[in-house]
Write a protein that binds this ligand. Structure first.
Ligand SMILES: [Zn+2]
Length: 511
């Protein structure tokens, strides 16, 4: 009998806090549906008290997802907990995750509370949460730099108050594996009733040790790992879900537990998250990088051909590579299109919405004949932009690029209600297109990143462009996809400007 290792995905909460990775409600819903399909145990859907938008996202996910527990983060105060409680109400299974800082530096400098006051507040938080659910997680923020005696005291108190999962986060990514495992082992040994709760870990990757620390903790008795798809998250990110899951699965001889994850969903979810957030996956990234299963060197190839296991410890198809089968083509009908969208988790709000998306699909099919899931995901992302958030829109474009001539772009843009012509020259057609847009937008932004990725293979593939802009400390990512990468670039730039145009403010707690 192996124990179950609970996979707690926080892509939608901690992952979303990477600068520029903020997602809309519809985007979060699509990712949540895929996480459910992958059989993630717990989805941390957001921080309900951060803003009305966050509240609505958590609530929408709680309404739709049935096979995963839906969790909302809450600081240890009454307002945060009540907002979380309300947001998870529709869930078949809902959890409140409350936290308070326990390291001397955080208690003294940030909270300005004594250790006794912090403990009392934590116990109160659990009692408020119990009005909404029996599934309560407590996190000691910055546990990695907290005193072990104090951690034992506060954990004992919150378990008594009704917490069912105890999370020991390494908020600042300071821990190393052996020492972190010792901390977990000591806590499990010393805290009274430790066998009544699930011990959880949440590791940050500042020293590149998030996965190693999480796995060391699992060996020491932790049975929940908090992680994100592609290791997304603030600074260097969180432990990456795919690495934790595949390490435990591949080395069942070492870990006395396994997850319920359907690993064949890993690559599709990775691509979805990367596409929505605009954070590309590096080619040499474990499990989900494009090169993770390619065997370039001649010696390796020979070995793999003779007997796969000589150099491969996992099979590419077990994590979902090679499953991007041709799904639709030029002659696919409206019904096939509709049912594929539903399978991909897209919300079809009306017949009009469907008709519009179908027309776009036909246009694309004319250009590239074979349509893959990734193309449809890009199309949904494009379609998901609600008109009221679309201040700038590309109507028509003409680019000039010829040897010996200065590249130029001529664009027709919709700005609010007006149609405006814009022209500029540049060092290349993309540069010219951005300059043309700026003659109209005058955004005062700084371009932090420009990247192009092919969505699928072949020269007829759609280019997916990410543009990251910053203004006054606010960072946004814009995406655009098209078989013409210059058009995709212009769309991505306008998408980023639209996000800056729509103002929203929210809190970003760190755990
Ligand atoms: Zn975190």
């Amino acid at each position: 009998m192996t124990d179950q290792l609970i996979i707690f995905d926080t892509t939608l909460r901690d992952g979303e806090q990477s600068p520029g990775a903020s997602m809309t409600r519809d985007e979060k819903l699509r990712i949540a549906r895929q996480l459910e399909r992958m059989k993630v145990n717990v989805i941390e859907a957001g921080f309900a008290a951060a803003s009305n938008g966050d509240f609505e996202s958590v609530r929408a996910i709680a309404e739709v997802v049935k096979d995963s527990t839906i969790c909302s983060l809450a600081r240890a105060n009454e307002n945060d907990i009540r907002r979380s409680g309300e947001a998870i109400k529709p869930a078949a299974s809902g959890r409140i995750h409350t936290f308070i800082a326990t390291s001397p530096i955080h208690m003294e400098k940030k909270l300005r509370m004594s250790p006794d006051q912090v403990l009392e507040q934590a116990v109160k938080a659990i009692s408020w949460a119990r009005e909404y659910t029996d599934d309560i997680e407590f996190s000691a923020e910055d546990a990695g730099r907290s005193e072990i005696d104090y951690l034992c005291r506060i954990f004992e108190a919150v378990i008594k108050a009704g917490a069912t999962t105890i999370n020991v986060p390494d908020t600042v990514g300071y821990n190393v594996p052996e020492q972190y495992a010792d901390t977990i082992r000591t806590l499990i040994e010393r805290v009274p009733n430790s066998d009544k709760v699930v011990w959880s870990v949440h590791c940050h990757n500042d020293l590149g040790l998030a996965v190693a620390n999480s796995l060391a903790a699992v060996r020491a008795g932790a049975r929940q790992v908090e992680c994100t798809i592609n290791g997304l998250g603030e600074r260097a990110g969180n432990a990456s879900l795919e690495e934790v899951v595949m390490a435990v699965r591949t080395r069942r001889d070492v870990y006395a537990c396994d997850t319920r994850i359907d690993t064949t969903q890993i690559v599709p979810v990775s691509k979805l998250v990367s596409g929505i957030t605009g954070f590309p996956v590096q080619p040499n990234k474990a499990i989900v990088g494009a090169n993770a299963f390619s065997h370039e060197s001649g010696i390796h190839q020979d070995g793999v051909l003779k007997h796969r296991e000589t150099y491969e410890i996992m099979r590419a198809e077990d994590v979902g590579w090679g499953t991007n089968k041709l799904v639709l083509g030029k002659h696919s009908g409206r019904n096939a299109f509709r049912s594929r969208l539903i399978e991909l988790g897209a919300a079809i709000e009306s017949e009009e919405h469907l008709n519009h998306a179908f027309a776009r699909f036909k246009e694309l099919a004319d250009k590239k004949h074979e349509i893959f899931d990734e193309d449809l995901q890009a199309l949904i992302s494009d379609e998901a932009v609600t008109p009221e958030l679309e201040h700038y829109r590309l109507v028509a474009s003409c680019f000039h690029s010829e040897t010996g001539e200065t590249p130029a772009a001529r664009l027709t843009l919709n700005v609010g209600e007006k149609e405006i012509q814009a022209e500029a020259e540049g060092s290349g057609p993309v540069d010219a297109a951005f300059k043309a847009i700026e003659t109209v937008a005058k955004s005062g932004t700084e371009l932090l990143l420009y990247s192009v990725n092919a969505i699928t293979t072949g020269t007829d593939a759609q280019g997916e462009v990410t543009v990251r802009l910053s203004r006054d400390g606010k960072v946004v990512n814009g995406q655009g996809a098209d078989t013409d990468i210059i058009v995709a670039s212009a769309k991505a730039y306008l998408n980023a400007l639209n996000k800056l145009h729509g103002k929203f403010e929210k809190l970003n707690p760190q755990i």
